[in-house]
Design a protein around this ligand. Structure first.
Ligand SMILES: [Zn+2]
Length: 476
């Protein structure tokens, strides 16, 4: 019953009333979830219909060029044609970074039944092959395949840097002739033009799998041979070399090969891809007094009065265009701004102009201990002033405010001597750190504690977000 329901649901999602697939559309399906052979399959339907290419990586787990390249195609969008991507065919062998586990998965395709666990995966792959018009199996092989023997690394027995076919021309049961050699060589022109360096060129490699004299009769057990023989599917093994200088180069060369075949089969990627999924917040990480806490969207966070709050991370299905606005603090974009909470507040989250969530900050009645210290210089003598203490200075002294430390704040906030403005500036950013402040009585008395011009507050942060403060008392 449950299975039937799932089937109907996915049918409704993917197909319209006439059984045609929605376009563009993407589908991600997980088989054998939570097992060593978990299989993730991505189906990408282009804006316009066309050929379907099956791209498979990781059938042998120690070949990262292949599976990391295939992985990148899982996220593609297409203007035309379709992709079925199996980035990691043999997950267990990838985790173990071994070619074989109980067996070599690429020597199991000749079997019709499930004998060991990995054969379940083989059966799913065979099913997916039947939906494709072309199949690429991505591998990393040893050395560099060359038509003639050059040295131990560069010889006809080596598999690296080649496009492999089981035969040059194949005639299917229905009479269709597949010119594997012609297709492979056409792709190779494009691939090698991209590679550019002759030492790394990919070569055409025909294993003549059906030839009684072939040294590669083992290939009858492979995925590509099965697809060709049983499904009349043009199938190619793409091998980069394990001896290329970096994984990045292996991935790049695989990408060149996949792109060249996509071009031949008129499968066109959409660049850049248009993503219009409705934005959602997964969770938010809020630091409370420096301690990160995971907070759900649309929830309430209880806090002690005086706690310092900082939105450190917004986890969403979008990476860019995200902002959070703590009402009444700073501007519209308050991510990573430390904020001392003295009353209930709401944080509003947005993707671009769209509101996507809210978190309420609620004072729970308790009061947070305040630990903070200001570092200042008076007449070039360094001093520490504890939060809420009073620093006594005389007229004629020179005060220089250096920084504010608090265990609850990771960043250094700006510090403002209320009632003093540096001379010769047009825009007062409220940050008086580093200035020599001459104590000459020339301060704006309205900012002083009792309005009589003798005790002035110095605040770290902003007047609507005081992270710490101390007082300067001026005496004659
Ligand atoms: Zn391989």
């Amino acid at each position: 019953m449950k299975l039937a329901y799932f089937f109907i649901l996915s049918f409704v999602l993917v197909f319209n009333l006439f059984g045609e697939v929605k376009r563009p559309f993407k589908e991600h399906k997980v088989y054998f979830e939570g097992t060593d052979y978990e299989l993730n399959v991505y189906k990408i339907y282009g804006r316009k219909d066309g050929n379907t290419m099956l791209i498979m990586g990781g059938i042998q787990g120690d070949e990262p060029g292949g599976f990391l390249s295939a992985d990148l195609y899982s996220d593609l969008s297409l203007e035309k044609g379709n992709l079925i991507v199996i980035p990691r065919a043999n997950f267990k062998s990838i985790i173990l970074f071994k070619r074989s586990t109980e067996a070599d998965m690429n020597r199991r395709f000749h079997l019709d039944d499930i004998q060991i666990e990995m054969d379940k995966v083989v059966q799913v792959i065979k099913q997916l092959m039947s939906e494709a018009d072309v199949f690429l199996n991505l591998h990393d092989g040893w050395g560099f395949h060359t038509p003639t023997h050059i040295n131990w690394l560069r010889s006809p027995e080596r598999f690296g840097q080649s496009v492999i076919v089981d035969t040059g021309k194949f005639t299917c049961d229905d009479g269709t002739v597949i010119d594997l050699e012609g297709i492979a060589k056409k792709a190779l022109e494009e691939i090698n033009e991209k590679i550019g360096v002759e030492d790394y060129f990919m070569q055409y490699f025909n294993t003549n799998t059906d030839d009684p004299n072939t040294p590669y009769s083992e290939m009858k057990k492979t995925a590509t041979y099965f697809a060709l023989k049983n499904l009349c599917l043009p199938s190619f093994g793409i091998e980069t070399s394990k001896n290329l200088p970096s994984d990045e180069m292996k991935i790049l060369h695989h990408n060149y090969a996949v792109n060249a075949f996509m071009k031949l089969y008129d499968i066109i990627p959409e660049q850049p891809q248009i993503i219009l999924a409705s934005p959602e917040i997964n969770f938010v990480i809020i630091k409370v007094n420096g301690e990160p806490k995971i907070v759900s969207n649309n929830s309430t966070l209880l806090l002690k009065k005086g706690s310092v709050v900082q939105v450190a991370h917004i986890d969403s299905n979008y990476k860019r265009g995200l902002s959070c606005d703590i009402e009444g603090v700073n501007g519209l974009n308050d991510k990573n701004i430390p904020f001392k909470i003295t009353e209930n507040k709401t944080i509003v989250f947005r993707k671009d102009n769209l509101e996507i969530g809210k978190i309420n900050l609620k004072i729970d009645g308790k009061i947070e201990d305040e630990h903070g210290v200001f570092i200042v210089k008076v007449n070039n003598q360094k001093k520490a002033v504890l939060q809420n203490d009073t620093l006594v200075v005389k007229k004629g002294d020179v005060l220089n405010i250096i920084k504010f430390f608090s265990e609850n704040i990771n960043s250094e906030p700006k510090i403002n001597f209320k009632g003093w403005v540096p001379s010769g500036i047009n825009y007062n950013d409220g940050d008086d750190r580093g200035y020599d402040i001459l104590i000459d009585g020339n301060f704006m008395a309205k900012y002083s504690k009792y309005g009589n011009g003798s005790v002035f507050p110095v605040i770290a942060g902003d007047s609507n977000n005081i992270l710490g403060q101390f007082y300067v008392k001026i005496i004659e």
